[in-house]
Design a protein around this ligand. Structure first.
Ligand SMILES: Nc1nc2c(c(=O)[nH]1)N[C@H]1C(S)=C(S)[C@@H](COP(=O)(O)O)O[C@H]1N2
Ligand SMILES: [Mo]
Length: 258
């Protein structure tokens, strides 16, 4: 008679996460409890498949270790994130999106208009030429992806607080939301929107922002994790209702930084 080998029971997701969290350091535990992360969310967050209790813990440890490094690189809303010399720029710079590089959707820069809505005085849509005519700044900062990698790049564009003032945004509102032409979306808190290093980005490494890094325009924030930095922005709006985000709505921490 063939003996049936009992299969390992499927891991009880939420119980396994709770149990593993008990053995993890306090800041990481807090990070997860804030958003009551599920097992599915954890797999998404780390890009790791989770098959048993042991791997839940392993994945959490990985996040925890990365978290320590991240804390040192960024995250004080009242302070500037570190900047780096040209010699430290990561080349080639890493591409990331919820799809592959061969699926980047082209955007026509000539007909492009940035839509602006919500709690703002001036709702006219902006052409690239108009955005380029505003005062430009540059930053060499580190982009940190929650999947466990980081890269240093140089971005140029308009300081976002300058832009918000220009459109007469209600800066007492709570959020700024972003809709992207690839259907990605995210949102940030107003203090981050007004942070001096938050940039409406038009260039990368001294060149027009290439399609893979978000042509025609992205928002660059060294105080936030990669997924809070929307590429291919088509529309932005100022609001008091939390607009959520593509990854945030699947379990990523909404704050995603300092
Ligand atoms: N529109 C759009 N923006 C996006 C994403 C995306 O899939 N679509 N991915 C985010 C994630 S998870 C990361 S890490 C960064 C990667 O930016 P990069 O390609 O310039 O490295 O873009 C963020 N912004
Ligand atoms: Mo990311």
């Amino acid at each position: 008679m063939i003996k049936k080998i009992p299969r390992k029971p499927a891991v009880d997701g939420d119980a396994a996460v709770k149990e593993a969290l008990r053995r993890i350091d306090q800041p990481t535990r807090r990070l997860f409890l804030q958003r009551s992360l599920t097992l599915g969310g954890l797999s998404l967050l780390t890009g790791c498949g989770i098959v048993d209790d042991e791997s839940v813990e392993r994945v959490l440890m990985k996040v925890s270790r990365f978290n320590d490094k991240v804390q040192a690189w960024i995250f004080d809303p009242d302070q500037l994130a570190p900047t780096y010399p040209e010699s430290m720029i990561t080349r080639p710079f890493r591409f990331n999106a919820y799809y592959g590089e061969d699926e980047i959707r082209p955007v026509n820069g000539d007909t492009y208009r940035l839509e602006v809505s919500g709690l703002v005085a001036d709702k006219h849509a902006w052409s690239l030429a108009e955005l380029r005519a505003m005062p430009q700044t540059e930053q060499i900062t580190r982009l940190i992806c929650v999947e466990g990698w980081s890269a240093i790049g140089k971005w140029g564009g308009v300081t976002f607080s300058t832009f918000l003032k220009r459109i007469g945004a209600d800066t007492t509102a709570k959020y700024v939301g972003f809709k992207c032409s690839d259907d990605y979306y995210t949102s940030i808190d107003m203090p981050t929107a007004l942070h001096p290093q938050t940039q409406l980005t038009l260039s990368f490494d001294g060149e027009t922002l290439p399609p893979r890094y978000g042509f025609p325009m992205k928002l660059r924030m060294p105080t936030k994790l990669g997924y809070k930095n929307p590429k291919h922005i088509a529309a932005l709006f100022v609001t008091n209702d939390n607009p959520g985000g593509y990854w945030e709505d699947q379990g990523y921490n909404w704050f995603g930084g300092s």
